[in-house]
Design a protein around this ligand. Structure first.
Ligand code: ARG
Length: 457
Protein backbone atom coordinates (compact mmCIF):
# COMPACT_ATOMS: atom_id res chain seq x y z
CA UNK A 1 0.00 0.00 0.00
CA UNK A 2 2.97 2.31 0.50
CA UNK A 3 5.44 0.64 -1.89
CA UNK A 4 6.27 4.00 -3.48
CA UNK A 5 8.23 5.18 -0.49
CA UNK A 6 9.82 1.90 0.60
CA UNK A 7 12.54 -0.16 -1.02
CA UNK A 8 12.53 -3.13 1.41
CA UNK A 9 9.79 -5.11 3.14
CA UNK A 10 9.13 -5.39 6.87
CA UNK A 11 10.97 -7.77 9.19
CA UNK A 12 8.97 -10.87 10.04
CA UNK A 13 8.46 -9.76 13.62
CA UNK A 14 7.52 -6.26 12.44
CA UNK A 15 4.82 -7.87 10.33
CA UNK A 16 3.64 -9.88 13.30
CA UNK A 17 3.53 -7.03 15.80
CA UNK A 18 1.85 -4.77 13.25
CA UNK A 19 -0.92 -7.10 12.14
CA UNK A 20 -4.31 -6.78 13.84
CA UNK A 21 -6.44 -8.79 11.43
CA UNK A 22 -6.91 -11.69 13.84
CA UNK A 23 -8.64 -9.25 16.21
CA UNK A 24 -10.18 -6.50 14.12
CA UNK A 25 -11.81 -8.79 11.57
CA UNK A 26 -14.83 -8.45 13.85
CA UNK A 27 -15.29 -4.96 12.38
CA UNK A 28 -15.92 -6.26 8.85
CA UNK A 29 -19.62 -5.43 8.72
CA UNK A 30 -19.02 -1.90 9.90
CA UNK A 31 -16.06 -1.49 7.56
CA UNK A 32 -18.14 -2.46 4.55
CA UNK A 33 -21.11 -0.32 5.59
CA UNK A 34 -18.87 2.73 6.05
CA UNK A 35 -17.10 2.14 2.73
CA UNK A 36 -20.41 1.87 0.92
CA UNK A 37 -21.60 5.13 2.46
CA UNK A 38 -18.30 6.83 1.60
CA UNK A 39 -18.37 5.61 -2.03
CA UNK A 40 -22.00 6.67 -2.53
CA UNK A 41 -21.19 10.13 -1.19
CA UNK A 42 -18.08 10.44 -3.39
CA UNK A 43 -20.25 9.57 -6.41
CA UNK A 44 -22.96 12.07 -5.60
CA UNK A 45 -20.30 14.76 -5.19
CA UNK A 46 -18.91 13.86 -8.64
CA UNK A 47 -15.60 12.68 -7.16
CA UNK A 48 -16.24 9.08 -8.29
CA UNK A 49 -17.75 8.22 -11.67
CA UNK A 50 -21.14 6.44 -11.56
CA UNK A 51 -19.56 3.37 -13.17
CA UNK A 52 -16.81 3.12 -10.55
CA UNK A 53 -19.31 3.75 -7.76
CA UNK A 54 -21.54 0.91 -8.94
CA UNK A 55 -18.59 -1.45 -9.31
CA UNK A 56 -17.38 -0.58 -5.81
CA UNK A 57 -20.81 -0.98 -4.25
CA UNK A 58 -21.43 -4.38 -5.88
CA UNK A 59 -17.89 -5.49 -5.18
CA UNK A 60 -18.29 -4.64 -1.50
CA UNK A 61 -21.49 -6.70 -1.40
CA UNK A 62 -19.54 -9.65 -2.77
CA UNK A 63 -16.77 -9.16 -0.20
CA UNK A 64 -19.43 -9.09 2.51
CA UNK A 65 -21.01 -12.31 1.24
CA UNK A 66 -17.62 -13.98 1.16
CA UNK A 67 -16.70 -12.94 4.70
CA UNK A 68 -20.15 -13.96 5.93
CA UNK A 69 -19.52 -17.37 4.36
CA UNK A 70 -16.24 -17.66 6.28
CA UNK A 71 -14.05 -17.10 3.25
CA UNK A 72 -11.89 -14.28 4.57
CA UNK A 73 -8.27 -15.17 3.85
CA UNK A 74 -6.17 -13.68 6.63
CA UNK A 75 -2.82 -12.33 5.54
CA UNK A 76 -0.69 -10.54 8.15
CA UNK A 77 0.97 -8.57 5.33
CA UNK A 78 -2.39 -6.84 4.84
CA UNK A 79 -2.34 -5.76 8.50
CA UNK A 80 -5.98 -5.09 9.31
CA UNK A 81 -9.58 -5.57 8.21
CA UNK A 82 -9.59 -2.30 6.25
CA UNK A 83 -6.75 -3.42 3.98
CA UNK A 84 -8.18 -6.93 3.68
CA UNK A 85 -11.49 -5.61 2.42
CA UNK A 86 -9.86 -3.18 0.01
CA UNK A 87 -7.42 -5.78 -1.24
CA UNK A 88 -10.16 -8.31 -1.92
CA UNK A 89 -12.19 -5.59 -3.64
CA UNK A 90 -9.26 -4.84 -5.94
CA UNK A 91 -9.02 -8.54 -6.82
CA UNK A 92 -12.70 -8.51 -7.68
CA UNK A 93 -13.12 -5.20 -9.55
CA UNK A 94 -9.62 -4.08 -10.46
CA UNK A 95 -8.58 -0.42 -10.68
CA UNK A 96 -11.84 1.10 -9.50
CA UNK A 97 -11.10 -0.29 -6.03
CA UNK A 98 -8.13 2.05 -5.83
CA UNK A 99 -10.48 5.05 -5.96
CA UNK A 100 -12.46 4.09 -2.85
CA UNK A 101 -9.83 5.45 -0.50
CA UNK A 102 -10.09 8.95 -2.01
CA UNK A 103 -10.45 11.61 0.72
CA UNK A 104 -10.18 8.95 3.41
CA UNK A 105 -7.53 7.55 5.70
CA UNK A 106 -7.56 4.41 7.77
CA UNK A 107 -7.52 6.81 10.68
CA UNK A 108 -11.01 8.19 10.10
CA UNK A 109 -12.06 4.81 8.70
CA UNK A 110 -11.21 2.85 11.85
CA UNK A 111 -12.64 5.57 14.09
CA UNK A 112 -15.91 5.32 12.13
CA UNK A 113 -16.03 1.52 12.04
CA UNK A 114 -15.31 1.26 15.72
CA UNK A 115 -17.96 3.80 16.70
CA UNK A 116 -20.50 1.83 14.67
CA UNK A 117 -19.39 -1.37 16.37
CA UNK A 118 -19.48 -0.01 19.91
CA UNK A 119 -22.87 1.57 19.19
CA UNK A 120 -24.17 -1.89 18.31
CA UNK A 121 -22.58 -3.29 21.48
CA UNK A 122 -24.44 -0.70 23.53
CA UNK A 123 -27.73 -1.64 21.88
CA UNK A 124 -27.14 -5.35 22.49
CA UNK A 125 -26.15 -4.76 26.09
CA UNK A 126 -29.33 -2.78 26.70
CA UNK A 127 -31.33 -5.78 25.40
CA UNK A 128 -29.40 -8.07 27.76
CA UNK A 129 -30.11 -5.72 30.66
CA UNK A 130 -33.80 -5.68 29.80
CA UNK A 131 -33.97 -9.47 29.87
CA UNK A 132 -32.32 -9.67 33.28
CA UNK A 133 -34.54 -6.88 34.59
CA UNK A 134 -37.63 -8.82 33.54
CA UNK A 135 -36.37 -11.98 35.25
CA UNK A 136 -35.79 -10.03 38.48
CA UNK A 137 -39.22 -8.40 38.34
CA UNK A 138 -40.97 -11.73 37.71
CA UNK A 139 -39.25 -13.36 40.68
CA UNK A 140 -39.86 -10.28 42.84
CA UNK A 141 -43.55 -10.54 42.09
CA UNK A 142 -43.63 -14.22 43.12
CA UNK A 143 -41.82 -13.32 46.34
CA UNK A 144 -43.27 -9.92 47.21
CA UNK A 145 -44.35 -11.33 50.58
CA UNK A 146 -41.49 -13.79 51.25
CA UNK A 147 -39.67 -12.70 54.39
CA UNK A 148 -35.89 -12.90 54.60
CA UNK A 149 -33.26 -11.30 56.80
CA UNK A 150 -32.09 -7.87 55.76
CA UNK A 151 -28.42 -7.42 56.59
CA UNK A 152 -26.04 -4.65 57.49
CA UNK A 153 -22.43 -5.72 58.10
CA UNK A 154 -23.75 -9.15 57.03
CA UNK A 155 -25.41 -9.26 60.44
CA UNK A 156 -29.16 -9.65 60.67
CA UNK A 157 -30.61 -6.13 60.79
CA UNK A 158 -34.32 -6.00 60.06
CA UNK A 159 -36.54 -8.40 58.14
CA UNK A 160 -37.13 -7.52 54.50
CA UNK A 161 -39.03 -9.14 51.67
CA UNK A 162 -37.23 -11.12 48.99
CA UNK A 163 -39.16 -9.19 46.36
CA UNK A 164 -37.77 -5.93 47.71
CA UNK A 165 -34.27 -7.36 47.84
CA UNK A 166 -34.42 -8.50 44.19
CA UNK A 167 -35.79 -5.15 43.08
CA UNK A 168 -32.73 -3.45 44.60
CA UNK A 169 -30.73 -5.09 41.81
CA UNK A 170 -33.28 -3.94 39.29
CA UNK A 171 -32.52 -0.33 40.31
CA UNK A 172 -28.82 -0.89 39.62
CA UNK A 173 -29.67 -2.25 36.18
CA UNK A 174 -31.86 0.76 35.40
CA UNK A 175 -28.89 3.02 36.11
CA UNK A 176 -26.69 0.76 33.96
CA UNK A 177 -29.20 1.00 31.16
CA UNK A 178 -29.15 4.77 31.24
CA UNK A 179 -25.33 4.78 31.25
CA UNK A 180 -25.24 2.66 28.08
CA UNK A 181 -27.92 4.82 26.45
CA UNK A 182 -26.00 7.95 27.41
CA UNK A 183 -22.73 6.53 26.05
CA UNK A 184 -24.51 5.63 22.83
CA UNK A 185 -25.90 9.15 22.46
CA UNK A 186 -22.51 10.74 23.00
CA UNK A 187 -20.59 8.43 20.64
CA UNK A 188 -23.02 8.80 17.76
CA UNK A 189 -20.94 11.25 15.69
CA UNK A 190 -19.40 10.62 12.29
CA UNK A 191 -15.57 10.86 11.96
CA UNK A 192 -15.59 10.23 8.16
CA UNK A 193 -14.16 13.22 6.36
CA UNK A 194 -11.52 13.87 9.01
CA UNK A 195 -9.12 11.86 6.82
CA UNK A 196 -5.66 11.28 8.32
CA UNK A 197 -5.80 14.13 10.85
CA UNK A 198 -6.30 17.51 9.18
CA UNK A 199 -9.46 17.04 7.13
CA UNK A 200 -9.40 16.89 3.33
CA UNK A 201 -9.22 19.18 0.33
CA UNK A 202 -11.98 17.22 -1.43
CA UNK A 203 -15.43 18.69 -1.37
CA UNK A 204 -17.15 16.00 0.72
CA UNK A 205 -20.70 15.93 1.97
CA UNK A 206 -20.16 14.78 5.54
CA UNK A 207 -23.88 15.10 6.26
CA UNK A 208 -24.59 12.46 3.62
CA UNK A 209 -22.38 9.79 5.23
CA UNK A 210 -23.67 10.88 8.64
CA UNK A 211 -27.22 10.17 7.55
CA UNK A 212 -26.38 6.96 5.71
CA UNK A 213 -24.68 5.48 8.79
CA UNK A 214 -27.28 6.63 11.31
CA UNK A 215 -25.01 9.10 13.09
CA UNK A 216 -26.51 12.23 14.63
CA UNK A 217 -23.90 14.68 13.31
CA UNK A 218 -20.37 14.86 11.90
CA UNK A 219 -17.54 15.19 14.44
CA UNK A 220 -16.43 18.81 14.89
CA UNK A 221 -12.62 18.52 14.97
CA UNK A 222 -10.59 16.26 12.69
CA UNK A 223 -7.68 15.88 15.14
CA UNK A 224 -10.02 14.82 17.91
CA UNK A 225 -12.09 12.60 15.60
CA UNK A 226 -9.17 10.35 14.62
CA UNK A 227 -7.64 10.09 18.08
CA UNK A 228 -10.67 10.10 20.37
CA UNK A 229 -11.56 6.81 22.02
CA UNK A 230 -13.71 8.26 24.79
CA UNK A 231 -16.60 6.27 23.36
CA UNK A 232 -14.71 3.06 24.13
CA UNK A 233 -13.99 4.27 27.66
CA UNK A 234 -17.63 5.26 28.11
CA UNK A 235 -18.77 1.82 27.06
CA UNK A 236 -16.15 0.11 29.24
CA UNK A 237 -17.02 2.23 32.24
CA UNK A 238 -20.69 1.38 31.90
CA UNK A 239 -19.70 -2.27 31.40
CA UNK A 240 -17.37 -2.31 34.40
CA UNK A 241 -19.95 -0.84 36.74
CA UNK A 242 -22.63 -3.16 35.37
CA UNK A 243 -20.31 -6.12 35.93
CA UNK A 244 -19.77 -4.95 39.51
CA UNK A 245 -23.55 -5.05 40.02
CA UNK A 246 -23.75 -8.53 38.53
CA UNK A 247 -20.85 -9.60 40.70
CA UNK A 248 -22.64 -8.43 43.85
CA UNK A 249 -25.74 -10.40 42.87
CA UNK A 250 -23.55 -13.40 42.00
CA UNK A 251 -21.91 -13.16 45.42
CA UNK A 252 -25.32 -13.22 47.11
CA UNK A 253 -26.39 -16.26 45.10
CA UNK A 254 -23.16 -18.02 46.10
CA UNK A 255 -23.76 -17.17 49.77
CA UNK A 256 -27.43 -18.06 49.66
CA UNK A 257 -26.68 -21.42 48.06
CA UNK A 258 -24.12 -22.33 50.73
CA UNK A 259 -25.26 -24.86 53.35
CA UNK A 260 -25.22 -22.47 56.36
CA UNK A 261 -27.57 -20.11 54.49
CA UNK A 262 -29.63 -22.55 52.42
CA UNK A 263 -31.79 -19.72 51.08
CA UNK A 264 -31.73 -21.11 47.53
CA UNK A 265 -31.25 -24.41 45.79
CA UNK A 266 -29.17 -24.17 42.66
CA UNK A 267 -30.96 -25.96 39.85
CA UNK A 268 -28.99 -28.58 37.90
CA UNK A 269 -28.90 -26.31 34.87
CA UNK A 270 -26.75 -23.77 36.71
CA UNK A 271 -24.52 -25.99 38.81
CA UNK A 272 -21.54 -28.24 38.41
CA UNK A 273 -20.52 -31.28 40.41
CA UNK A 274 -17.16 -32.39 41.72
CA UNK A 275 -14.96 -35.08 40.26
CA UNK A 276 -14.17 -36.36 43.77
CA UNK A 277 -16.93 -35.23 46.13
CA UNK A 278 -20.24 -36.79 45.09
CA UNK A 279 -22.15 -34.46 47.39
CA UNK A 280 -21.12 -31.27 45.60
CA UNK A 281 -23.31 -28.82 43.75
CA UNK A 282 -21.17 -25.82 42.93
CA UNK A 283 -22.31 -22.36 41.83
CA UNK A 284 -19.75 -22.08 39.03
CA UNK A 285 -21.82 -19.83 36.80
CA UNK A 286 -22.25 -17.26 39.58
CA UNK A 287 -18.56 -17.54 40.45
CA UNK A 288 -17.61 -16.91 36.84
CA UNK A 289 -19.84 -13.86 36.68
CA UNK A 290 -18.01 -12.62 39.78
CA UNK A 291 -14.68 -13.47 38.16
CA UNK A 292 -15.53 -11.87 34.82
CA UNK A 293 -16.10 -8.56 36.58
CA UNK A 294 -12.40 -8.50 37.42
CA UNK A 295 -11.50 -8.88 33.76
CA UNK A 296 -13.98 -6.22 32.62
CA UNK A 297 -12.61 -3.77 35.18
CA UNK A 298 -9.15 -4.63 33.83
CA UNK A 299 -10.33 -3.83 30.30
CA UNK A 300 -11.50 -0.39 31.43
CA UNK A 301 -8.19 0.29 33.13
CA UNK A 302 -6.23 -0.94 30.08
CA UNK A 303 -8.11 1.51 27.87
CA UNK A 304 -7.61 4.47 30.19
CA UNK A 305 -3.91 3.77 30.48
CA UNK A 306 -3.62 3.30 26.71
CA UNK A 307 -4.89 6.85 26.17
CA UNK A 308 -3.26 8.77 28.96
CA UNK A 309 0.08 9.53 27.33
CA UNK A 310 -0.95 9.90 23.69
CA UNK A 311 -0.21 13.17 21.93
CA UNK A 312 -2.57 14.18 19.12
CA UNK A 313 -3.46 12.76 16.74
CA UNK A 314 -3.42 9.07 15.70
CA UNK A 315 -0.74 6.70 17.01
CA UNK A 316 -0.59 2.95 16.50
CA UNK A 317 -1.12 2.40 20.21
CA UNK A 318 -4.76 3.01 19.35
CA UNK A 319 -4.87 -0.29 17.50
CA UNK A 320 -4.80 -1.86 20.97
CA UNK A 321 -8.21 -0.36 21.72
CA UNK A 322 -10.09 -3.32 20.27
CA UNK A 323 -9.09 -6.31 22.45
CA UNK A 324 -10.35 -4.73 25.70
CA UNK A 325 -13.63 -3.67 24.11
CA UNK A 326 -14.29 -7.05 22.49
CA UNK A 327 -13.30 -8.88 25.67
CA UNK A 328 -15.49 -6.75 27.94
CA UNK A 329 -18.47 -6.87 25.61
CA UNK A 330 -18.33 -10.65 25.21
CA UNK A 331 -17.89 -11.25 28.93
CA UNK A 332 -20.69 -8.88 29.84
CA UNK A 333 -23.09 -10.40 27.31
CA UNK A 334 -22.43 -13.87 28.73
CA UNK A 335 -22.69 -12.65 32.31
CA UNK A 336 -26.02 -10.94 31.68
CA UNK A 337 -27.43 -14.02 29.97
CA UNK A 338 -26.19 -16.32 32.74
CA UNK A 339 -27.63 -14.12 35.46
CA UNK A 340 -30.99 -13.87 33.68
CA UNK A 341 -31.09 -17.66 33.43
CA UNK A 342 -30.05 -18.20 37.03
CA UNK A 343 -32.47 -15.65 38.44
CA UNK A 344 -35.32 -17.23 36.48
CA UNK A 345 -34.46 -20.76 37.63
CA UNK A 346 -33.33 -20.36 41.26
CA UNK A 347 -35.41 -22.35 43.72
CA UNK A 348 -35.86 -20.11 46.74
CA UNK A 349 -36.42 -21.75 50.13
CA UNK A 350 -38.81 -19.40 51.96
CA UNK A 351 -38.84 -21.48 55.16
CA UNK A 352 -35.07 -21.11 55.58
CA UNK A 353 -35.24 -17.43 54.84
CA UNK A 354 -38.03 -16.85 57.32
CA UNK A 355 -36.24 -18.78 60.06
CA UNK A 356 -33.09 -16.75 59.48
CA UNK A 357 -35.13 -13.53 59.48
CA UNK A 358 -36.61 -14.36 62.86
CA UNK A 359 -33.20 -15.16 64.35
CA UNK A 360 -31.06 -12.36 65.74
CA UNK A 361 -33.95 -10.42 67.34
CA UNK A 362 -34.47 -8.64 64.05
CA UNK A 363 -37.69 -6.97 65.22
CA UNK A 364 -36.01 -5.04 68.05
CA UNK A 365 -36.46 -1.84 66.04
CA UNK A 366 -40.20 -2.59 65.88
CA UNK A 367 -40.35 -2.72 69.68
CA UNK A 368 -38.57 0.63 69.90
CA UNK A 369 -40.83 2.12 67.21
CA UNK A 370 -43.92 0.89 69.09
CA UNK A 371 -42.74 2.59 72.29
CA UNK A 372 -42.29 5.83 70.36
CA UNK A 373 -45.63 5.81 68.59
CA UNK A 374 -47.86 4.23 71.28
CA UNK A 375 -46.20 5.33 74.54
CA UNK A 376 -44.62 8.61 73.34
CA UNK A 377 -41.19 7.49 74.55
CA UNK A 378 -38.30 9.46 72.95
CA UNK A 379 -36.58 7.23 70.36
CA UNK A 380 -33.19 7.22 72.11
CA UNK A 381 -34.83 5.93 75.33
CA UNK A 382 -36.97 3.46 73.38
CA UNK A 383 -33.80 2.15 71.72
CA UNK A 384 -32.33 1.55 75.17
CA UNK A 385 -35.42 -0.27 76.43
CA UNK A 386 -35.57 -2.49 73.35
CA UNK A 387 -31.86 -3.19 73.81
CA UNK A 388 -32.52 -4.41 77.34
CA UNK A 389 -35.31 -6.64 76.02
CA UNK A 390 -32.90 -8.13 73.47
CA UNK A 391 -30.32 -8.74 76.21
CA UNK A 392 -32.99 -10.45 78.33
CA UNK A 393 -34.13 -12.65 75.44
CA UNK A 394 -30.53 -13.53 74.67
CA UNK A 395 -29.96 -14.42 78.34
CA UNK A 396 -32.91 -16.81 78.24
CA UNK A 397 -31.96 -18.24 74.85
CA UNK A 398 -35.25 -17.05 73.37
CA UNK A 399 -36.32 -14.96 70.43
CA UNK A 400 -37.53 -11.46 71.24
CA UNK A 401 -41.14 -12.32 70.36
CA UNK A 402 -41.01 -15.38 72.65
CA UNK A 403 -39.94 -13.38 75.70
CA UNK A 404 -43.52 -12.89 76.86
CA UNK A 405 -45.45 -9.88 78.09
CA UNK A 406 -44.45 -10.26 81.78
CA UNK A 407 -40.76 -10.04 81.04
CA UNK A 408 -41.35 -7.08 78.72
CA UNK A 409 -43.45 -5.08 81.18
CA UNK A 410 -40.86 -5.80 83.84
CA UNK A 411 -38.31 -4.10 81.64
CA UNK A 412 -40.62 -1.14 81.07
CA UNK A 413 -44.16 -0.81 82.41
CA UNK A 414 -45.27 1.31 79.44
CA UNK A 415 -45.15 -1.81 77.27
CA UNK A 416 -48.56 -3.54 76.96
CA UNK A 417 -50.04 -6.51 75.12
CA UNK A 418 -50.63 -4.54 71.91
CA UNK A 419 -46.93 -4.79 71.18
CA UNK A 420 -46.89 -8.58 70.88
CA UNK A 421 -48.33 -8.92 67.38
CA UNK A 422 -45.92 -6.22 66.23
CA UNK A 423 -42.87 -8.37 66.96
CA UNK A 424 -43.35 -11.00 64.26
CA UNK A 425 -41.24 -10.74 61.12
CA UNK A 426 -44.42 -10.53 59.00
CA UNK A 427 -45.68 -7.55 60.99
CA UNK A 428 -42.27 -5.96 60.81
CA UNK A 429 -42.10 -5.98 57.01
CA UNK A 430 -45.77 -5.02 56.67
CA UNK A 431 -45.11 -1.96 58.83
CA UNK A 432 -42.35 -0.63 56.56
CA UNK A 433 -44.73 1.09 54.18
CA UNK A 434 -42.69 4.23 53.53
CA UNK A 435 -42.24 4.94 49.81
CA UNK A 436 -39.39 2.72 48.64
CA UNK A 437 -39.83 0.48 51.69
CA UNK A 438 -40.01 -3.30 51.94
CA UNK A 439 -43.73 -3.83 52.78
CA UNK A 440 -45.29 -6.43 50.44
CA UNK A 441 -48.04 -4.10 49.22
CA UNK A 442 -45.45 -1.42 48.49
CA UNK A 443 -43.39 -3.93 46.54
CA UNK A 444 -46.45 -4.87 44.50
CA UNK A 445 -47.13 -1.18 43.76
CA UNK A 446 -43.54 -0.71 42.62
CA UNK A 447 -43.77 -3.77 40.38
CA UNK A 448 -46.92 -2.39 38.72
CA UNK A 449 -45.10 0.90 38.06
CA UNK A 450 -42.06 -0.93 36.68
CA UNK A 451 -44.20 -3.00 34.33
CA UNK A 452 -45.88 0.17 33.04
CA UNK A 453 -42.44 1.69 32.57
CA UNK A 454 -41.17 -1.31 30.62
CA UNK A 455 -44.28 -1.30 28.39
CA UNK A 456 -43.73 2.39 27.61
CA UNK A 457 -40.10 1.93 26.49
N1 ARG B 1 -5.45 -1.07 12.18
C1 ARG B 1 -5.34 0.32 12.52
C2 ARG B 1 -6.01 0.57 13.87
O1 ARG B 1 -6.83 -0.19 14.25
C3 ARG B 1 -6.01 1.18 11.49
C4 ARG B 1 -5.46 2.56 11.42
C5 ARG B 1 -4.11 2.55 10.80
N2 ARG B 1 -3.64 3.86 10.66
C6 ARG B 1 -2.34 4.13 10.49
N3 ARG B 1 -1.99 5.36 10.42
N4 ARG B 1 -1.45 3.16 10.43
O2 ARG B 1 -5.68 1.50 14.57
Amino acid sequence: MWGGRFAGGPAAVMREINASISVDKRLWREDIAASKAHAAMLASEGILSPTDAIAIDRGLDTVADEIEAGKLVEDPALEDIHMHVEHRLSELIGDAAGRLHTARSRNDQVATDFRLFVRRCADETICGLDRLELALVDRAEQHAGTVMPGFTHLQSGQPVTLGHHLLAYREMLVRDRSRFADARRRMNENPLGSAALAGTGFDLDRDATTKALGFDRPTANSLDAVSDRDFVVDYLHAAALCSVHLSRLAEEIILWASQPFGFVKLPDAWSTGSSIMPNKRNPDAAELVRGHAARIIGDLVAMLVLLKGLPLAYAKDLQDDKPPLFDAHDLLALSLAAMAGMVADLEFVPARMRAAAAAGHATATDLADWLVSEARVPFREAHHIAGRAVAAAEGEGKALDELGLDRLTAIDPRIDERVLPRLSVEASVAARRSAGGTAPDRVMQVIAAIRADIAAR
